[in-house]
Write a protein that binds this ligand. Structure first.
Ligand code: ATP
Ligand code: SF4
Ligand code: MG
Length: 432
């Protein structure tokens, strides 16, 4: 399988007043092209911080302090990947949404309460698929201009076409420049000599300064009467939103468009959040606990929806949950996390059949079974405070198999067998 995104020994800290929260302690995960990959672990183990780091949207006072995040989006990047930690913010803006979209934990808080659903989903279309929309608008205008109409109306359409063309040309010019800069940065990535370093910072600064907007079109968009010309594209966007909402099982989408988040149920809000993520046409969809706070029937519907999207629309899904049942239902491969560490990565089948890490074993034996008569197993102790995490293996104070070395040395990640890696001193092997 080809990689899509990889974190290599990733460290993220939060510099708070109480001290440094060491949230990620060398996290290494890989999401491959075409797979549904799960990230599972107790609350506070660093699932959200891992994916926020991947998108470089860690909230203040958080900071990525070590490691690499490699992206393998195009065939040209496959060789070594693009290390996005080294790239400019403008580069990240072009990745977010366009290539990687995220459904945030708690739909209700990720929607803007003062904007209608049309504005929120529409913004996603206009930001990330402007080229496609402009082409469609121009095609429509070309057809309309072929027919006969009032000279004034035709002149207005001609003016609209001129403006849309200008906007599209400016966007394509911008995309071309950006591509050239990104290619040169990719070639220079490994080089650390002073000349290459200077060139890299000048390229990053140039990329940040580039604008995709045409000054004249921007001025027209701000002028009181002429700005109406843009309604044409809004109409196209509206039709696309209706189509998208229909495909996500939203009943009566034309009405839902006009509503505000507080007028919708939790399940419907979650569908809108999914629509915003999908409007960008991403390669990777990150779903951060997309069913928390939903009742079980709505949960089942959202899970079915994500499975359907994976089959038909999106290439890869990174699914975050603390529910092992959902992992079994949705994912193909999974990583178990504990207190900012990656414990074990394998296929879902293997995880349930042959768990290796004592924490994974503890998690699995805490899942209630129908035939169970004895008391439900729990993992003794609590998740450690990450300002002062235990030395060595962070799980050692709770681990039934802990040894002396566990409190002294962090276990390396080793390949136990093909496709099954584990980080625990009980399993010596070749470090990966
Ligand atoms: N803004 C912040 N400031 C300080 N610490 C933070 C912040 N955000 C996260 N953390 C800390 O980082 C660690 C990992 O948090 P994270 O949100 O990734 O957990 P999670 O696995 O997603 O948990 P949950 O299942 O509850 O969503 C936690 O110890 C948390 O306290
Ligand atoms: S390294 Fe030691 S403490 Fe950690 S999980 Fe393995 S046996 Fe337990
Ligand atoms: Mg979380």
């Amino acid at each position: 399988m080809e990689k899509l995104i990889e974190t290599e020994d990733l460290y993220t800290n939060f510099f708070t007043f109480e001290g440094v929260v060491r949230a990620l302690n060398g996290v290494s995960v890989v999401v491959n092209q075409g797979e549904t990959y799960g990230l599972v672990g107790e609350s506070g183990c660093g699932k959200s911080v891992t994916v926020r780091s991947m998108m470089r949207i860690v909230q203040e006072p958080g900071k990525i302090v070590g490691g690499k995040i490699l992206l393998f989006l195009s065939s040209e990047d496959r060789q070594k990947g693009i290390d996005i930690i080294k790239r400019s913010e403008a580069f990240m803006e072009s990745i977010r949404g366009d290539d990687i979209s995220m459904i945030f934990q708690e739909a209700s808080t990720s929607l803007n309460p003062v904007l209608s659903i049309r504005d929120q989903v529409g913004e996603s279309f206009l930001l990330h698929r402007r080229g496609e929309l402009l082409e469609e608008t121009l095609k429509q205008l070309a057809d309309e201009l072929k027919s006969n109409g009032f000279p004034l109306a035709m002149a207005w359409k001609g003016f609209q076409r001129w403006l849309f063309r200008r906007e599209l040309e400016s966007l394509r010019r911008y995309e071309k420049h950006v591509k050239e800069i990104d290619r040169e940065l990719y070639e220079l990535e490994e080089k650390t000599d002073p000349r290459s370093t200077r060139r890299k910072s000048s390229l990053n600064a140039r990329r940040d300064r580039l604008s995709e907007h045409d000054f004249l079109v921007s001025a027209v968009k701000k002028s009181p009467f002429l700005e109406r010309y843009y309604k044409k594209i809004h109409k196209i966007v509206e039709n696309k939103i209706i189509e998208l909402l229909k495909s996500l099982g939203v009943p009566n989408p034309a009405n839902v468009l006009k509503s505000y988040p507080h007028e919708l149920s939790g399940g419907m809000q979650q569908r809108i959040v999914i629509a915003i993520a999908l409007a960008c046409n991403p390669t990777l969809l990150i779903a951060d606990e997309p069913t928390s706070n939903l009742d079980v029937t709505i949960q089942a519907q959202i899970i079915e929806l994500i499975k359907m999207l994976k089959e038909n629309i999106i290439t890869s899904v990174l699914f975050i949950t603390h529910d092992l049942g959902l992992v079994a239902e949705v994912c193909e491969r999974v990583t178990v996390m504990y207190a900012g560490d990656t414990c074990e990565t394998t296929s879902v089948k293997e995880l349930f059949k042959n768990p290796l890490h004592p924490y994974t074993k503890g998690l699995l034996s805490s899942v209630p079974r129908i035939e169970q008569v004895e008391k439900l197993h729990t993992i003794p102790g609590t998740v450690p405070n990450l300002i002062n995490p235990p030395a060595g293996c962070r799980f050692h104070p709770r681990c039934p198999s802990a040894m002396k070395i566990c409190a002294e040395r962090k276990p390396p990640m080793v390949e136990y067998k093909e496709g099954h890696t584990v980080s625990c001193h009980l399993y010596p092997g070749e470090e990966v």
